[in-house]
Design a protein around this ligand. Structure first.
Ligand SMILES: [Zn+2]
Length: 255
């Protein structure tokens, strides 16, 4: 079997025996890859000690029969803050787990890889009160990449153009906006979004991450958008990261 080179982010790791680690990577060129880091627990002598969750490296991997082996590592970003602080770790864990669940083994998705790399970089340099915003942006972009973005401008039931003035009903099951006419004819589960909230939803899905500023999104607005993106990911793609419950426990303790 061959060796191959790829950029990758460490999604998670497990101790394996006395000195090795089993690592799940999300690679740029090969999708999800499971690898063994030999001697990773023996300290700094080996560069495989660098292979920690949320870190980003250039790898040379040897493709074994079941697991890949790490031949060489060049670090790109250690993202250390994401491991040193519980709040940072909780938010980064959710993003990593979404990718672990959505990514396919040995099937490249460079857009998914870039989204994870960029969001971890932003989280690593964010203020603590901006972490939730970046996780919400990540979830909104994930919806777009995985093809289940909310329909905003047309009614998901009848197809008519939506008048976004006042409040718009948004249904998770329907996949987006529901017009007043349709609302009056049948029962739906939905949340009301004001014009500003609809604009914010549109923005976090479609605007470039570089122009999105946490300050422009209040905490209640971010919470509302996050609830919607999470419900969309859970309902339409069956993505329910376990690490979300840890994040919610932590947030309740902090509030
Ligand atoms: Zn309608």
């Amino acid at each position: 079997m061959a060796t191959f080179e790829t950029e990758a982010i460490v999604l998670k790791q497990f101790d394996l025996g006395e000195s090795d680690r089993l690592i799940t990577l999300y690679t740029k060129e090969n999708g999800k890859v499971k690898a063994v880091a030999r001697g990773a627990r023996k300290g700094n002598k080996s560069r495989s000690g660098l292979v920690l969750p949320f870190s980003h490296h250039h790898f040379t991997l040897y493709k074994g029969r079941s697991l890949a082996k790490i031949n060489h590592i060049e670090s790109i970003a250690m993202n250390s803050k994401l491991r040193e602080d519980l709040d940072y770790m909780a938010h980064a864990s959710v993003a990593a787990e979404y990718i672990e669940r959505a990514g396919l083994e040995f099937e490249a998705d460079q857009a998914l890889f870039s989204l994870l790399a960029v969001i971890l970089e932003y989280m690593n340099k964010a203020e603590k009160n901006e972490l939730l915003f970046y996780l919400t942006v990540f979830e909104a972009k994930l919806l777009l990449l995985l093809g289940v973005k909310p329909e905003i401008e047309s009614c998901t039931v009848c197809g008519e153009k939506i008048n976004l003035k006042g409040f718009t009903a948004v249904g998770v099951k329907e996949g987006g906006s529901i017009c007043r006419e349709c609302l009056s004819k049948a029962e739906f589960d939905y949340s009301d979004f004001s014009l500003n909230q609809m604009r914010a939803l549109y923005k976090i899905i479609f605007a470039k991450i570089t122009i999105l500023k946490a300050k422009q999104f209040s905490e209640p607005l971010t919470n509302k958008l996050m609830e919607l993106t999470e419900n969309f990911l859970a309902y339409h793609l069956d993505l329910n990261p376990k690490s979300l419950s840890f994040l919610y426990t932590l947030r309740n303790m902090n509030s």
